[in-house]
Design a protein around this ligand. Structure first.
Ligand code: NZQ
Ligand code: ZN
Length: 387
């Protein structure tokens, strides 16, 4: 096991009705608040109204930035930065899924920076200060509610890049499962795939002797597989929605990578795909991850055997390790298919036109991944396998 430090500064406030604490949670940071939200789902299910009432009760002055796109745009982030500066905003409240939260984080960093906020994604500047932010999560997927990362898309250059800092951890995140009861089936599936993919990135590691981390990871995967099916059978199943949310948060809040060297190559490749084609992150992952697995599994066969047996209950009698590992990978692909996720790039209208560009961009800062180091040729192979 590797040495590590774990320091997560987000206060996680979980459960039905926890919005009652909103005023108390924002109070220490000030009363000039920027509300950030997406395309209007929060208005349809009544959350917008509730939040406005709570903010009004605490005497807050509220500015709004709505219309945050899935795969949030740099231009929208810049609009938020402008609003913060012109109104001397003291606190940013994000209401939505990962896209809204990520946009709020980028706004928080950009509002207190003199240069271009994009600098933070290309290593040109390091985040030195940020406005405080809090979140009300409405979709189980990214884990952005309890980490310091944000993923932003520059539409002009067709680049999707990450920025991160301890300063971008939300001060609090209210996670109320009732807010996710309205998430449509396709977004629920995207979330399930994303959560499982976050676990894969941290589970498929070359670090030896990590039994507790392995079992945390397998526990999250089994929970997501079981509860994902329950939610898709009954979208109003509160307990299943709650279990999915908790799994999503724990998959990305820094618990799983303690003491292990994580991979993250598939996320880098997916970001290149969705930067050009603007497909949902979960769809890209559902296509790419099983193919990454097929490409790399021999690098540490026993880990893939363990995965097949413990997560998918693959029967081992009379089979080679190779056969067992492959069965686990095919079970993953079948599960995604059963959920209704796409299984190849062609299904989402993507051909090989931009493969060269995607591969170049993916390795622009050097080789990617740790389970197997991937160079441009490897990325191209995985993209070709995914056609
Ligand atoms: O815009 P609204 O109207 O809110 O609708 C959204 C959006 O259309 C809808 N939705 C959300 N909650 C809902 C709801 N619809 C009905 N009822 C609700 N309760 O769902 C759609 C998708 O939302 P989005 O926020 O885009 O989804 P997700 O949470 O999957 O976020 C995806 C983004 O996060 C990035 C991805 O790359 C992508 O840009 N990621 C962020 C990470 C992080 N910060 O840690 C890590 C991830 O790996 C990922 O890269
Ligand atoms: Zn992800």
């Amino acid at each position: 096991m590797n040495g590590f430090e774990l320091y997560n500064t987000t206060r996680l406030v979980f459960g039905e009705g926890k919005i009652d604490k909103l005023g108390e949670l924002i109070q220490p940071f000030g009363k000039r608040v920027l509300l950030v939200y997406g395309g209007g789902s929060i208005k349809k299910f009544g959350l917008y109204e509730q939040v406005k009432n709570k903010l009004s009760a605490m005497g807050a002055t509220v500015e709004e930035l709505s219309g945050i796109e899935p795969n949030p745009r740099l231009s929208t982030v810049n609009e938020g930065i402008r609003i913060c500066r012109e109104n001397d905003i003291q606190f940013i409240l994000a209401i939505g899924g990962g896209s809204v939260i990520d946009a709020a984080k980028a706004i928080a960093a950009g509002a207190l920076y003199d240069g271009d906020v994009w600098d933070f994604t290309i290593g040109k500047a390091v985040i030195q200060q940020a406005l405080p932010l809090g979140t009300l999560l409405t979709l189980a997927a990214t884990g952005s509610e309890m980490n310091g990362g944000a993923v932003i898309t520059n539409l002009e250059t067709k680049q999707k890049r990450t920025m991160g800092s301890k300063l971008l951890y939300p001060k609090f995140s209210i996670v109320d499962p009732t807010y996710t009861l309205t998430v449509p089936a396709n977004q629920t599936v995207n979330g399930i795939v994303d959560i499982m993919s976050h676990v894969f990135e941290q589970y498929f590691s070359q670090t030896p002797s990590t039994p507790l981390q392995d079992r945390f990871a397998e526990g999250i995967l089994l929970t997501v597989i079981e509860n994902g099916e329950r939610v898709l059978a009954n979208s109003q199943d509160y307990d299943a929605r709650a279990n999915l949310l908790l799994a999503g948060t724990y998959a990305m809040n820094g618990t799983l990578p303690t003491g292990v060297t994580a991979d993250w190559a598939t996320h880098v490749i997916e970001h290149e795909v969705s930067a050009i084609y603007d497909i949902p992150h979960g769809e890209g992952l559902a296509i790419l991850f099983p193919n990454w697995m097929k490409y790399v599994y021999k690098e540490r066969l026993e880990k893939f055997v363990q995965y097949a047996v413990r997560v998918w209950n693959v029967e081992t009698t009379g089979k080679t390790e190779d056969e067992i590992a492959l069965e686990g990978i095919y079970a993953t692909q079948s599960y995604f298919k059963k959920l209704g996720a796409p299984t190849c790039l062609g299904e989402v209208g993507i051909d090989n036109t931009y493969f060269e560009r995607m591969a170049n961009e993916a390795v622009q800062f050097g080789k990617i991944g740790n389970f197997k180091k991937l160079y441009k040729e490897d990325v191209l192979r995985i993209l070709e396998l995914s056609m």
